[in-house]
Write a protein that binds this ligand. Structure first.
Ligand SMILES: *Cc1c(COP(=O)(O)O)cnc(C)c1O
Length: 463
């Protein structure tokens, strides 16, 4: 299995090289050269299997012969043993036809653990084989950083720098990053927004000399292996609800479009998904794109759901590439134009094809708070504000008898202020989070400036 860049200007690579590279050298994103497919029988056979086994089957389909089946099985088993729920990502029924897919039973209480726990094990395996070390820089809107720190702390092969927007993440999110004592971890509060952090990260990759000097690697959701890992729970949840003989619909709270694109991956592999509804907070670039066909950057505003305070949805480029018939030259043109002007118009044929599957909706702050309140009253348990954004979305597929699964992306205790303000109930941290609030924090601070970050990362990589 080979991976090509959405912009067509980079040589194809195998799965492990796509894993370690993150972004393709031409600025595009890696996608598989062809989509592997499961037969209906293969999908049906996932029913009742342990999560790690389904993960190994999905990963195996994408890894080709770059990883052995034994290695894949071992890393999947170890990754998902770190989750505290036996089914890893359990489904909870809310009402007839409606389910919540709980993705927050990993060590840092958000869905980012699902991919990051696996990614770290794959990195360590491949780097040990190649006798290499890497510097990972990640930009985080709050949860990726914690999940990456937790997954990579103590790794002998990886130094990790997490860039987060100062003051724009919750205290629990911050502490999951900054409380790590291991020397291979650095947390940097950037004086800017998540989009600033992400733009800095892209500039680091664009500077080829710098990237080579520090052996730069990326684990943001631009990393193909993360998308693969996230496509697994679409299979397990849909199969539990009757797929492949029955269609299932999903509502996904999103900002960077990683999770929603993972649903698309599952669909391309053969899973019968009726609809993918993309729910954003007031940072509505995706909601507008799926409604109007115009993908145009707005100003980032801070919301109760900070992990989605994003106005550049990196993974959208992968969908665009598919929608224009895998025309890499057109994709390169469109995203170069987007980088210059902050907007692009989808060709009408591409938009028409996207609309048959995707829809977008923007949920404002009062509606999000109201959804947290009504979920608490109706179901007796609080949901986190990101999940609330997705729960608040209108759900037209319910009327058609298609089961609707809403992704629950974080534990409510990760956002206690927002949950408490909306419901009057302060969700306690689960016992496994232990002494998070007493451990000392280690934080460095930098301006939102590429050169300053380069100097910092160079010094750390050389240390
Ligand atoms: C990261 C995150 C999201 C959004 O994920 P995308 O990669 O943008 O799809 C949603 N909810 C929570 C809690 C998150 O941490």
């Amino acid at each position: 299995m080979r991976y090509i860049s959405t912009r067509g200007g980079a040589p194809s690579v195998d799965f492990t090289d796509a894993l370690l590279a993150g972004l393709a050298p031409d600025g595009g994103l890696y996608v598989p050269e062809t989509w592997p497919r499961f037969s209906a029988e293969q999908i049906a056979a996932f029913a009742g299997k342990p999560y790690a086994e389904v993960a190994a089957a999905v990963l195996g389909a994408f890894a080709g012969d770059s990883l052995s089946p034994e290695a894949i099985a071992q890393d999947c088993a170890a990754a998902y043993a770190s989750f505290t729920h036996a089914s890893v990502t359990p489904l909870r029924q809310l009402e007839p036809g409606r389910w919540l897919l709980e993705l927050f039973h990993g060590p840092t209480l958000a869905f980012k653990d699902v991919a990051m726990q696996l990614l770290a094990r794959l990195y360590d395996r491949v780097l040990a084989e190649r006798k290499r070390t890497l510097t990972i820089v990640c930009a985080t809107s709050g949860d990726t950083g914690g999940a990456a720190v937790e997954a990579f702390r103590g790794s002998p092969h990886v130094k990790l720098v997490a860039l987060y927007p100062e003051g724009r993440i919750s205290e629990v999110q911050r502490r999951f990053m900054t409380a790590a004592a291991e020397d291979n971890i650095r947390c940097v509060a950037v004086d800017g927004t998540f989009d600033d952090c992400q733009a800095i990260l892209k500039s680091l990759f664009a500077d080829k000399t710098f990237a080579a000097d520090v052996d730069l690697s990326g684990v943001n959701s631009i990393n193909w292996a993360r998308i693969v890992a996230q496509s697994v729970y679409y299979f397990t949840s849909a199969v539990a609800l009757g797929a492949p003989s029955r269609q299932v619909a999903f509502t996904v709270p999103t900002g960077n479009f990683g999770d929603a694109f993972a649903a698309y991956v599952a669909l391309r592999m053969g899973l019968p998904i009726a609809a993918i509804q993309v729910a954003t907070n007031s940072n509505d670039i995706l909601a507008r794109a799926f409604t109007t066909g115009r993908y145009a950057k707005g100003e980032v505003v801070a919301t109760q759901s900070p992990a989605m305070d994003i106005q550049v949805a990196s993974n959208f480029e992968r969908l665009y590439f598919e929608a224009v018939g895998r025309d890499a030259a057109e994709t390169a043109r469109a995203f170069a134009a987007f980088a210059a002007t902050g907007e692009l118009q989808m060709p009408s044929q591409a938009f028409d094809s996207i609309k048959t599957l995707f829809s977008g909706v923007c949920i404002d702050e009062p509606t999000t708070a109201a959804a947290m309140k009504s979920a608490f009253e109706a179901y007796g348990e609080p949901v986190d504000p990101h999940t609330a954004v997705a729960l608040a979305a209108p759900h037209p597929t319910l009327a058609q008898g298609v089961p609707l699964v809403t992704l629950s992306t974080a534990h409510p205790a990760k956002f206690p202020e927002a949950v408490s303000a909306a419901t009057g109930f302060t969700p306690p941290l689960p016992a496994k989070a232990g002494d998070l609030f007493v451990r000392p924090e280690r934080i460095d601070r930098l301006p939102a400036d590429v050169e300053a970050v380069k100097v910092y990362v160079r010094a750390f990589a050389a240390s």
